[in-house]
Design a protein around this ligand. Structure first.
Ligand code: AMP
Length: 405
């Protein structure tokens, strides 16, 4: 199938062609026809699958001429909101589109200006959107398409009341598009309440976590985690790399240590000012630094292309977060590697990730690294390979194949 078959307008097709997209991704193939028909939709897909275009392209197609704020896209984080707005702008570059981007942590001036300009598309985080509505800067009476992105994340972050309030302020006749990486009961309930006989577009989590990313688990005594990280950074040929941490304090501390070891790093977590977060992201995206240290703020929704490696310094507490974290690499059909450093206490977390993925994570040990404990004590039951002796290992194992060496 190609984009022309989907029935998108020529101006949108031109933008897609200029971007070099050759064919729709599976989530786009499944979502776009139903959205163009005007149906509500539940899309279950994570970032990296092309889900933003899956809702933005048909929404733009349906938007037609200027009018007052007819598409509203809600996102859980400012970074994701910024990215969605960017995508709408790029896909709609030949459409004479007016956009407004609303998120907290910054002054109101520019946002008020954009709202005064009668935007066609508003992209917002819930809190700031409600502030604007409360101040009478915007009404939602003319919303025709409501997009709720990363809804599982939105609910995890405690936005359920805000999201419910916002939905209630939009007309019942609206078209509602709900996207979520996972569909737990809370998302299902929201969907049953807010959507009308939705079409479903589902991309299997296992496939999207799998295809282009090779995974490895590096068991290590807790006390040697940082040393192993330094050793891995020397060993691995990365172009750019995101290191994920569980806590903001951990992110700051290890990043400081990395700088002391001569590694230039930018830090991204929610304690930082919005300006600093944006700057860190921009420096990383532009290649000014090769390493970004982040909490899970960065794991969802961010479109950072060409990330060659992801390292989980801490095993994520929620197994879905593993999928989101590694979703930063291997995007849009390029290959990536994902390493997880695991101290013995984190093994139960690894087991639940393996259960979610339906595959074991291959254990690896770094040659020439002076482990304080024997491999058997670090990883009780799993088979072990060494990185040096099995250099090609990671590349050849992909989820779904169950091929092991
Ligand atoms: P998303 O899942 O929306 O974050 O998109 C992930 C990346 O895939 C973005 O960099 C998009 O520009 C890119 N992308 C989206 N659709 C396509 C497509 N059909 N072909 C190639 N790349 C795409």
């Amino acid at each position: 199938m190609n984009f022309k078959d989907l029935g998108l307008s020529s101006k949108i097709l031109r933008a897609i062609e200029e971007l070099g997209y050759e064919e729709p991704t599976p989530i786009q193939e499944k979502s776009i026809p139903a959205i163009l028909e005007g149906r509500d939709l539940v899309g279950s897909a994570q970032t990296g699958t092309g889900k933003t275009a899956a809702f933005a392209l048909p929404a733009l197609h349906r938007l037609g001429k200027h009018g007052k704020c007819r598409v509203l896209a809600l996102a859980p984080t400012r970074e994701l909101a910024i990215q969605i707005e960017e995508n709408f702008r790029i896909y709609g570059k030949h459409l004479d589109l007016r956009l407004a981007l609303l998120y907290g942590g910054v002054k109101y001036g520019k946002q008020l200006e954009q709202l005064g300009n009668e935007p066609d598309v508003v992209v917002a985080t819930p809190g700031r959107l409600l502030d604007h509505i409360g101040q009478g800067n915007l009404k939602l009476k003319s919303i025709e398409i409501l997009i709720l992105d990363e809804v599982d994340r939105m609910l995890d972050m405690g936005f359920i009341e805000d999201v419910t309030k916002i939905i209630q302020k939009t007309p019942r006749s609206r078209q509602t598009l709900l996207f979520s990486a996972t569909i737990p009961d809370s998302v299902r309930r929201l969907s049953a309440w807010a959507l009308n006989n939705p079409a479903e577009a589902k991309i299997d989590i296992k496939i999207s976590a799998a295809d282009t990313v090779s995974h490895a688990l590096y068991p290590v005594p807790a006390i040697q985690k940082f040393d192993l990280l330094i050793a891995l950074l020397k060993e691995v040929k990365f172009e750019n790399l995101i290191i994920f941490f569980q806590t903001r304090r951990g992110t700051d501390k290890i990043s400081r240590w990395l700088s002391e070891h001569g590694q230039e790093v930018r830090v991204l977590h929610s304690d930082l000012k919005q300006r600093d977060r944006q700057q860190a992201l921009q420096d990383f995206k532009e290649g000014k630094v090769k390493i970004l240290s982040a909490t899970d703020v960065a794991s969802r929704g961010l479109d950072i292309s060409n990330v060659t490696h992801v390292i989980n310094y801490d095993v994520p507490q929620h197994s879905e977060d593993y999928v989101h974290r590694i979703g930063r690499t291997g995007r849009a059909r390029t290959e990536g590697e994902a390493f997880t450093l695991c101290k013995p206490e984190e093994i139960p977390l690894v087991e639940s990730i393996e259960k979610l993925l339906g595959n074991p994570l291959p254990r690896k040990f770094l040659d020439h690294f002076a482990y304080r404990d024997q491999p058997e004590t670090l990883t009780p039951s799993a088979p072990v390979v060494s990185r040096k002796r099995n250099r090609g290992f990671g590349k050849q194992v992909s989820f779904g194949s169950r091929r092991r060496r």
